[in-house]
Design a protein around this ligand. Structure first.
Ligand code: LIP
Length: 255
């Protein structure tokens, strides 16, 4: 299954890359929530290429399939995660596919064709980037950690002020913070050990489904706010980090 998904993502990635280097028709789903024709077209390619899974799996996809159809198994698709980056020409954008049985992550594929980085993972088989095994960070103190995070589009409409208070607390107690603009890739960079931790509020299931499997298979502890593994994809919070620093980071976020 993983190789078929990877093949589908590589095919759709060609269209994302073409769009990255082309003029785009940009529409607004919200004050700063952008969408282009490429988001819709890449999703259409993926749904077509993955149609072999439709008898057993629901498809949940950002642009055309937001609701579940009732099957326990589901494929979560973000055709372009990091759309703002894609529109502005910042090369941190990707396709994300996550395969789940209920809340159990079975497989994840995240592909950034602009930087030619293919991340894959299957439950119990480890996580890989371009064939190289990934190992999460082993840091134990937050002050030694580089942390990634992001912000919901609603922040431009006055929502999430507490998120800025949390940001200040994390900034004062860690080595630094990066806001790179793609949850799926932030999770993959936590899997690489580049980020020692990544947290974010108010994401959608398709943003995190693929990257959460990859981060977990690389050795990150991936939880929701209660600190238990395998967070609910519909919970509006995720933290993936080195296991040794997870509790301290969660404490900073929850304080
Ligand atoms: C994005 C996430 C990012 C978050 C943005 C947005 P999109 O997803 O990947 O982490 O900070 O607000 O939700 O909209 O590019 O698919």
């Amino acid at each position: 299954m993983l190789s078929k998904i990877e093949k589908a993502v590589l095919k759709a990635g060609k269209h994302l890359l073409e769009g990255f280097n082309s003029r785009k028709q940009v529409s607004l789903k919200g004050k700063i929530d952008l969408v282009t024709q490429y988001d819709v077209e890449v999703e259409k390619i993926l749904l077509n290429e993955l149609s072999f899974m439709s008898c057993e799996y629901d498809f949940v996809a950002e642009e055309t399939h937001k609701e579940r159809a009732g099957k326990n198994k589901a494929v979560y698709i973000d055709p372009i995660d990091g759309t703002t980056n894609f529109v502005h020409g910042f090369p941190f954008c990707c396709i994300s596919v996550g395969v789940y049985n209920g809340n159990e992550g079975l497989a994840g594929v995240v592909y950034n064709p602009v930087m030619n980085e293919m991340f894959i993972a299957e439950k119990g088989q480890g996580a890989f980037m371009n064939g190289e095994r990934l190992r999460a960070s082993d840091k134990h103190k937050s002050i030694d950690c580089l942390i990634a995070t992001g912000f919901p589009y609603g922040i431009a409409e006055g929502q999430g002020n507490n998120i800025l208070d949390i940001l200040a607390r994390v900034l004062k107690n860690t080595r630094g913070i990066r806001r790179a603009g793609s949850a799926a890739l932030d999770l993959c960079y936590a899997a690489r050990g580049v980020f020692d931790g990544y947290y974010e509020f108010n994401l959608s299931p398709w943003d995190i489904a693929g990257g959460a499997v990859i981060a977990s298979e690389a050795g990150c502890l991936v939880t929701g706010m209660d600190g238990t593994e395998s967070p609910d994809l519909y919970e509006k919070f995720i933290l993936a980090s080195s296991p040794g620093v997870h509790a301290e980071l969660l404490g900073l976020i929850k304080k």
